[in-house]
Design a binder for this molecule. Structure first.
Ligand SMILES: Nc1ncnc2c1ncn2[C@@H]1O[C@H](COP(=O)(O)OP(=O)(O)OP(=O)(O)O)[C@@H](O)[C@H]1O
Ligand SMILES: CC(C)(CO)[C@@H](O)C(=O)NCCC(=O)O
Ligand SMILES: [K+]
Length: 260
């Protein structure tokens, strides 16, 4: 049996997701918060206490947080032999083809999710939605070229904008699909935020399909911390893919030179 030895980290703007990665398996670890160094240290300790990784692979959209995680790993005698900070790393390695004008600023999470989609659908176009702190919609054509897409604020960011930009609107949370008719201040905010995002994603998927010759019904993969919540209201047919970024990282790890 193939023993998973790579510990992979997907470090986003609000959470760290980790998984044990092998050539044919992805075993997710419980997620941990990014807020305090103490919390991170103890979460990391319990993660590697019983099982020492042969290698660490890190993908991060936030360089400062990535450096902090690396410092914590060093304290445990570990370093990241794969340390990805930008989509460019995947483009340069020939793992993802693209037609982007600014590959040098493209998020590594977008490129990794796209890579995972090209492995799932090697012979057809596909669309990827990542519902995280920010939400992204990403288009891949039938030749497996990443064409680009859209970046929109996630539920939390939209909600914070409303609260911070007004005197009267309170802080809210959003845990399930709200009624579209908000009959209170809070339920009206929940409705607005939820349908702004879900409606935008549905419309983007439709526009991309129609205008970018992706075929009538390319498969749509939905990932990210808010994937399930988004999925509850999406009209476009789609599949949930909970760990698409880590899935992409698994593909990178299995192609990366063992010595680096
Ligand atoms: N178990 C969980 N712990 C924390 N947040 C969760 C959890 N499950 C869902 N969420 C939601 O997931 C969202 C973050 O999503 P995700 O983890 O994909 O973000 P991220 O990777 O930090 O963001 P980004 O991809 O924009 O950098 C949070 O807004 C939170 O509401
Ligand atoms: C858009 C986010 C925040 C989504 O996590 C991330 O992919 C990112 O920081 N991207 C940089 C800009 C870009 O992807 O073009
Ligand atoms: K992410």
């Amino acid at each position: 049996m193939n023993q998973p030895t790579t510990l992979g980290f997907d470090l986003g703007n609000s959470r760290i997701k980790a998984a044990w990665l092998s050539d044919d398996e992805l075993a997710p670890c419980p997620g941990f918060p990014l807020d305090s160094a103490d919390e991170l240290r103890s979460a990391l300790r319990s993660l590697i206490e019983h099982r020492r990784p042969g290698r660490v692979a890190l993908a991060s959209t936030d360089p400062a947080k990535a450096d902090r995680l690396l410092a914590q790993l060093h304290a445990h005698g570990l370093s990241a032999s794969i340390d990805l900070r930008l989509g460019q790393a995947l483009f340069d390695a020939g793992l993802v083809k693209h037609r982007l004008r600014t590959p040098e600023t493209t998020g590594v999470d977008r490129a990794l999710a796209v890579l995972a989609a090209t492995k799932r659908f090697p012979n057809e176009a596909s669309l990827v939605v990542d519902a995280g702190t920010a939400m992204t919609v990403n288009a891949i054509d039938a030749e497996q070229t990443f064409l680009g897409g859209a970046i929109i604020p996630g539920f939390g960011l939209m909600s914070r904008t409303l609260t911070e930009g007004t005197a009267a609107l309170p802080e809210i949370d959003l845990e399930s699909r709200p009624d579209c008719l908000g009959d209170s201040t809070i339920s009206a905010m929940r409705s607005g935020i939820y349908y702004a995002a879900v409606g935008a994603v549905d419309r983007l998927l439709e526009e991309l399909r129609e205008t970018r010759s992706l075929g009538a019904t390319p498969p749509v993969l939905v990932t990210g911390g808010n994937a399930k919540l988004l999925s509850q209201g999406l009209r476009t047919e789609h599949m949930l893919a909970p760990h698409l970024v880590l899935e992409g990282l698994r593909h990178v790890a299995s192609h990366w030179p063992a010595t680096s």
